[in-house]
Design a protein around this ligand. Structure first.
Ligand SMILES: [Fe+2]
Ligand SMILES: [Fe+2]
Length: 336
């Protein structure tokens, strides 16, 4: 969800210069579309950019569990509860793969989580919006996970091997998330007038924040050129947003829903839909901490981490005991 993050971090002034023979060799490898692996030489700015992007992506996955997690106990049927439980669990898994990928760049998971909890690190602004109704769970899957797929599929080809490989599995799971969300919205649209109205009201609230997920317009996106040169970013913010709009408008029409944009219309000359003006003031406000649920999300995230301390302590104690047993008797390794 999440490539917007790269556009809101601090600019590294050294990032765009190739200064050493090793850096030149690195750029040649990128040009040959070779994967860069953790042990390979890489420019410090590339490493730092990746740490920032991958960790912001990981934070978005785990904070993204919160808006939907609160609906697990309120899902309208056992089937929906099972599906939502699996989906939220997947998001936790995505966080795990991504924190692990970031760790290969020489940073510890504890440091990254500390940066999130202290408010230093960013995560996707979309998760600072409220999930007020059951329809929001459908809308998140359909639109938010749908936008995430648009952003993330190109990352499967990103130049950094561990990130690219993590994204392959994540994208497969995101595809399931998008479909289950669409299925919830479709079911509501085929239900009572009240259920359809609930779906419409939800779309009205989520449409514009979803479009903001792709990040600022290309003209206002200072990192795009460098991230593209390094093979991290393959498609620009505006092009990804356009792809998303072009596939989603017909889906909304199929469902009999309207999208809350009076300027949305097909442009035959361009072969794409035109959209109205995005409220970037709102985007900046929410990214910088003043969204509807920023404080609540961070409170819940820190509490979940603190409540889980005993699990981490127990796992660490078990691992230490197993390692000690193995040191004295290697045959016990499998049993441990
Ligand atoms: Fe995810
Ligand atoms: Fe997802």
């Amino acid at each position: 969800m999440y490539t917007q993050a790269i556009d809101v971090g601090p600019v590294d002034a050294t990032a765009s210069r190739s200064t050493t023979p090793q850096d030149d060799e690195f750029l040649k490898r990128i040009a040959r579309d070779e994967k860069i692996e953790p042990q390979d030489p890489m420019p410090e700015a590339y490493r730092k950019t990746l740490i920032r992007q991958i960790s912001q992506h990981a934070h978005s996955e785990v904070v993204g569990m919160l808006p939907e997690g609160g609906w697990i106990t309120r899902a309208p049927s056992l089937k929906r509860k099972e599906i939502l439980l699996a989906k939220v669990q997947d998001e936790g898994g995505h966080g795990l793969y991504l924190y692990s990928a970031a760790e290969t760049l020489g940073v510890s998971r504890a440091e990254l989580i500390d940066a999130l909890h202290s408010g230093k690190a960013k995560y996707s602004s979309i998760f600072n919006y409220e999930t007020a109704t059951w329809a929001d769970i459908g809308t998140i899957g359909w639109l938010v996970d749908g936008a995430a797929i648009m952003n993330q599929v190109p990352l499967c080809r990103c130049s950094y091997g561990p990130y690219a490989r993590a994204m392959i599995r994540i994208c497969k799971e995101e595809s399931f998330h998008q479909r289950q969300g669409f299925d919830i919205v479709r079911t509501l649209c085929q239900g009572t007038p009240e259920q359809k109205a609930m779906a419409q009201e939800s779309i009205n609230r989520w449409w514009w924040p979803t479009l903001m997920m792709f990040g600022p317009h290309d003209a206002d996106s200072p990192h795009t050129g460098q991230a593209t040169a390094w093979g991290i970013k393959r498609i620009t913010n505006d092009d990804l947003r356009q792809k998303f709009v072009d596939v989603t408008v017909p889906q909304a029409e199929f469902l009999g829903l309207t999208l809350p944009d009076p300027d949305l219309k097909w442009n035959a000359a361009r072969g794409h839909y035109d959209i109205g003006r995005i409220n970037w003031d709102e985007f900046r406000r929410v990214v910088n901490g003043d969204g509807p649920c920023n404080a609540e999300r961070m409170h819940d995230r820190v509490k979940a981490f603190d409540d889980g301390a005993w699990v981490r302590d127990a796992a660490a104690a078990h691992a230490a005991k197993a390692a000690a047993r193995y040191a004295t008797s290697p045959d016990t390794r499998i049993a441990a």
